[in-house]
Design a protein around this ligand. Structure first.
Ligand code: 13P
Length: 249
C-alpha cells in the first residue's frame, strides 16, 4: 500500500518571518502522525531554517530545483551535495515553471534525477500538458513522452522510491482544477507507462501526486481516486490552516 504524500511547493514566496509563523502554526495543527507523508518545498534560502523548525516532527523539507553537476562554474546554481549538507529529504524536478521560464528540458531533468538517486534526497518529478495540448487531445502523448525521457536509465528500485506529480499546466494557479476523473485518468496512465518501462511491482510502488489548484475544498475527492496518492500544492500551501486541511483530506 502506498502512503499518501502531501507536499507544499512554496515557489518564490515566504519571507523569513512568514515562514517562521507558518511552521509554528503547522506544527501545532499537525495531527496525522504516521498516516501521511508531508513535506514543504521552499526557496533555497529558507531550507536550513525549515529543517530547524521541523526538527523532531514528521514534516520533511524539500528544495525546488538542483544542478546535476556537483560543483563548478554554474553561477546561481545549487548542487545536490550542497543540499545534502542541509539535511533535506526531497527536491522537486522539472516543474512546468522551470521548463517554461528556465529552459529545463527532459534531458536536464533526467540528469538531475540520476544525480539525486545517487544521493540521500528523493526527487519529486513534475510532468503535465499545456492547455492547447489537451484541447488537441494530446495529453497522454505529451505526458507519456515526458515520463519515458525523464526516467531513462533509472532502475526499478529508483522508480519505486520516486514521486511523480501530474500537474496539468492549465490547472496551475488558475483555480481551474482537473476533475477527479480527469486527474485519475492521467495518473493511471502514468502508472501504466511506468509498468511498461519497468514492471508491475514498480508501477504499483511509485507514488503519484496530482497538482493544480488543489485546495481544502477539492482534496478529498481527488485523494479518493485509486491512482492519486497525494498532492503537490502551490497557493494553498502558503497558509498553514489550508495546508493542514489538505493533509487531513
Ligand atoms: P497551485 O496549487 O497554486 O495551482 O500550484 C500547483 C503547483 O504548481 C504545485 O507545484
Amino acid at each position: 500500500m502506498r502512503t499518501p504524500f502531501i507536499a507544499g511547493n512554496w515557489k518564490m514566496n515566504m519571507t523569513a518571518a512568514e515562514a517562521e509563523a507558518f511552521c509554528k502554526e503547522l506544527k501545532e495543527l499537525y495531527k496525522k502522525q504516521g498516516e501521511v507523508k508531508t513535506a514543504i518545498c521552499a526557496p533555497f534560502v529558507r531550507l536550513a531554517e525549515l529543517v530547524e523548525y521541523f526538527k523532531g516532527t514528521e514534516i520533511k523539507v524539500g528544495a525546488q530545483n538542483c544542478h546535476f553537476e556537483d560543483s563548478g562554474a554554474f553561477t546561481g546554481e545549487v548542487s545536490v551535495p550542497m543540499l545534502e549538507e542541509l539535511g533535506i529529504d526531497y527536491c522537486i524536478i522539472g516543474h512546468s515553471e522551470r521548463r517554461e521560464y528556465f529552459a529545463e528540458t527532459d534531458e536536464t531533468v533526467n540528469k538531475k534525477l540520476v544525480r539525486l538517486f545517487a544521493s540521500s534526497i528523493l526527487p519529486i518529478l513534475c510532468v503535465g500538458e499545456k492547455l492547447e495540448e489537451r484541447d488537441a487531445g494530446k495529453e497522454k502523448e505529451v505526458v507519456g513522452a515526458q515520463i519515458r525521457k525523464d526516467l531513462e536509465g533509472l532502475t526499478a528500485e529508483n522508480v519505486k522510491a520516486l514521486t511523480i506529480a501530474y500537474e496539468p499546466i492549465w490547472a496551475i494557479g488558475t483555480g481551474r482544477t482537473a476533475s477527479p476523473e480527469q486527474a485519475e485518468e492521467m495518473c493511471g496512465y502514468i502508472r501504466s507507462v511506468v509498468g511498461e518501462m519497468f514492471d508491475a511491482e514498480t508501477a504499483e510502488a511509485v507514488t503519484i501526486q496530482y497538482g493544480g489548484s488543489m485546495k481544502p475544498a477539492n482534496a478529498s475527492d481527488l485523494m479518493a481516486m485509486e491512482d492519486i496518492d497525494g498532492g503537490l500544492i502551490g497557493g494553498a500551501s502558503l497558509k498553514a490552516q489550508d495546508f493542514n486541511q489538505i493533509i487531513e483530506f
